[in-house]
Design a protein. Structure first.
Length: 217
């Protein structure tokens, strides 16, 4: 059983790494960002509440986010373990997560932090675009669909740029997340769970390092 947290600022490559980890280790991918985007698209209560924060690049309140995560982690489909992507983002969320995992008897096995220079993050986020149908992520510079204009994953032809990837919002988003990131890493370092990986390289190389960490578990 591998129960993993992927840390990293927006654009560090958590989504791309998650796809590879899921392929090899069959973990359940839990992305709070994806869950919020789905909730917003479906106009659920949580989606409507989250929208005002997300559109500005701010964090949704910890209690709302933690409740969503607890509900998801309680589902029976998590058989081989999970990857948490985008949660926790604050030490308060990390403490809430400890409580959730205790209640569910699912101890953490690893925390991996993907590290990328700020200039790379800005470049990646502004070039990022998404499939409207399934949410798959692409990049104008480094990860175009295999067939132009067609989503590799679901075959849809409609794409969009996330509201919060637009330059006006990216700056605040990075600031908000950067402030929280160092204490969060310290939190897991003190528990002896943290591995830092250089996310500046090609996805295959980044995954090789992740694979080594997870294969030792
Ligand atoms: P992401 O796709 O991970 O970049 O998340 C998109 C947005 O969803 C973030 O900018 C936040 O507004 C919100 N969000 C996602 N995860 C969290 C979280 N753990 N805590 C608070 N807000 C979150």
């Amino acid at each position: 059983m591998i129960n993993l947290i992927l840390l990293g600022l927006p654009g560090a490559g958590k989504g791309t790494a998650s796809e590879r980890i899921v392929d090899k280790f069959h973990l359940t991918h839990i992305s709070t960002g994806d869950m919020f985007r789905e909730a917003m698209a479906n106009k659920t209560k949580v989606g409507l509440e989250a929208k005002s924060y997300i559109d500005k690049g701010n964090l949704v309140p910890d209690e709302v986010t933690a409740k969503l995560v607890e509900e998801r982690l309680s589902q029976p489909d998590i058989t081989e373990g999970f990857i948490l992507d985008g949660f926790p983002r604050t030490t308060n969320q990390a403490e809430l997560l400890d409580g959730i995992l205790d209640r569910l008897h699912k101890p953490l096995t690893s925390v991996i932090s993907l590290e990328v220079a700020e200039s790379t993050l800005v470049e990646r986020l502004s070039a990022r675009f998404m499939c409207k149908e399934c949410g798959a992520t692409y990049n104008k510079l480094s990860k175009k669909p295999k067939v132009e204009g067609t989503c590799d994953r679901c075959g849809s032809h409609e794409f969009y740029q996330r509201e919060d990837d637009k330059p006006e919002v990216v700056k605040n988003r990075l600031e908000v997340n950067e402030k929280m990131n160092a204490p969060l890493k310290d939190y897991y370092d003190q528990k002896g769970l943290l591995t830092v990986i250089d996310g500046e390289r090609a996805p295959e190389e980044v995954f090789e390092d992740i694979d080594k960490v997870l294969s030792n578990k």
